[in-house]
Design a binder for this molecule. Structure first.
Ligand SMILES: Cc1cc2nc3c(=O)[nH]c(=O)nc-3n(C[C@H](O)[C@H](O)[C@H](O)COP(=O)(O)OP(=O)(O)OC[C@H]3O[C@@H](n4cnc5c(N)ncnc54)[C@H](O)[C@@H]3O)c2cc1C
Length: 399
């Protein structure tokens, strides 16, 4: 029996992968059902969709999300700097898709439930104990549960991580606080498949106009202090609408009509964090995966896809390697080089969003050159065309 802590993305995906490997799993989520319905739009790239397909869970996402195959970058004068492909689908597989975070979470939770996996809500992990034979999770409400292994899929502020490595570095504030929304299209021409993104003078704006009815968007604002969702919501989102639109005064971008068209439904994502490399992801029978182990800035566009890849590879490792310690060491060995690269990539992108005027001018010039002469979609194949073959046997990593 596996105790899976966290019912976000990594949690239900891991529970389904474990079930496919013949291991029972129960999910313990700190919030109530529906609390996961938070967040703006985010991409699941071709590699994340491939991981879901490996455990037969891709169908659960059918009818949700919209293909988002390219990102076009603009400077603040609305000059196109270049366009990149967001996915490299294998033949017959879907391309990168942009989802409403809440809808995707609900779909994964529903799929896990339909496979007989139980999620216990309002179970906040506060303490872990383990022996040679089992591990026990203690929850804030005084209850506890025991199993053979404990998988910490409890996000960037993970309680499991503090147990795995009490000296683990704290998550780093990336310098950005983000907002978003799904609104009515105020008359913008549709551009299906393209997220447009603009480096404004004071903030970063992304918008997606798939058809004549809707527009999805986000704003990342450089701020010295990491304002949390709770702090922003306490002020009231109404106060934030003029502040956000005002940040783009003088920039050639349609922020004002987009944000005003849905002022009442402003989504607060809050301060963004990443997590520098962890020395270890495991301690005995306890493992961390997803954001708990390697949070990349949302600017990487890969947080959820990496969580899915971890979760599916974990199922393979525990299927093929009896000893949990060796299985976890093998997972870390297989996954770590990849996740390290993504965290570094995300940090670079986040800092380019928060650049001052001189750095911004250099960034725009280099980016334009880069897009024209150096960028080739195939250079991202290591990331976007990753394929997990569920039936491939996993060889234990050398101790
Ligand atoms: C509120 C929120 C909004 C987000 N919005 C966006 C967005 O708009 N765009 C984007 O690209 N990315 C967003 N992200 C990040 C993205 O969702 C993650 O990168 C991705 O989902 C990684 O999945 P994960 O399962 O590792 O972590 P998470 O999705 O963070 O899931 C962790 C889960 O563990 C639960 N949990 C935490 N502590 C405990 C505990 N002690 N005991 C039990 N359960 C616990 C949490 O409630 C949560 O459900 C957001 C994350 C959060 C938390």
């Amino acid at each position: 029996m596996a105790l899976v802590i966290g019912g976000g993305i990594a949690g239900p995906t891991a529970a389904m992968a474990l079930r496919k490997a013949g291991i029972d799993a129960t999910i313990y989520e700190a919030h109530g059902p529906g609390a996961e319905h938070v967040g703006a739009g985010f991409n699941i790239a071709t590699n994340g969709l491939d991981a879901l397909a490996a455990i037969g869970a891709l169908d659960a996402t059918k009818g949700l999300g919209i293909p988002a195959t390219r990102i076009s970058m603009y400077n603040r004068k609305a000059r196109l700097l270049g366009t990149v492909a967001t996915g490299l689908p294998r033949p017959g597989a879907p391309d990168t898709t942009t989802f409403k975070r809440g809808e995707l979470f609900a779909a994964l939770a529903g799929e896990a439930a339909s496979r007989g996996i139980t999620t216990e809500y309002h179970r906040r992990l506060v303490r872990i104990e383990q022996s040679d034979r089992s591990v026990t999770a203690h929850f804030a409400d005084g209850t506890r549960a025991s199993g053979d292994v404990l998988i910490g899929a409890d996000g960037v502020h993970s309680a499991t991580r503090a147990y795995v490595d009490p000296d683990a570095p704290s998550p780093r504030y990336t310098g950005l606080v983000s907002f978003g929304g799904f609104g009515r299209n105020p008359g913008l021409p549709p551009e299906p498949g393209v997220w447009k993104m603009m480096f404004g003078r004071r903030a970063f704006f992304g918008w997606f106009v798939p058809d004549t009815t809707q527009v999805w968007w986000f704003i990342s604002v450089p701020m010295d202090k990491p304002l949390s969702r709770e702090e922003i919501l306490a002020e009231g989102t109404g106060a934030w609408v003029p502040r956000l639109t005002g940040l783009f005064a003088g920039d050639d971008v349609p922020v004002e009509p987009i944000v005003r068209a849905q002022a009442d439904e402003l989504i607060v994502v809050g301060a963004e964090y990443d997590l520098p490399n962890m020395r270890t992801w495991a301690r005995g029978r306890v493992l961390i995966i997803g954001d708990a182990a390697h949070r990349a800035s949302t600017s990487s566009g890969q947080g959820a896809s990496m969580a899915m890849e971890d979760a599916v590879t974990l199922g393979q490792c525990l299927r093929d390697i009896d000893d949990p310690g060796r299985a976890f060491a093998t997972l870390q060995h297989l996954r770590r080089p990849r996740t390290d690269k993504i965290v570094a990539l995300g940090a670079k992108t986040a800092s380019s969003k928060a650049a001052g005027p001189l750095a911004a001018a250099m960034r725009d010039a280099f980016m334009k050159l880069g897009f024209r002469f150096f960028y080739k979609p195939e250079s991202s194949a290591w990331l976007l065309r990753n394929h997990i073959d569920w039936d491939e046997r996993i060889t234990p990593a050398k101790a």
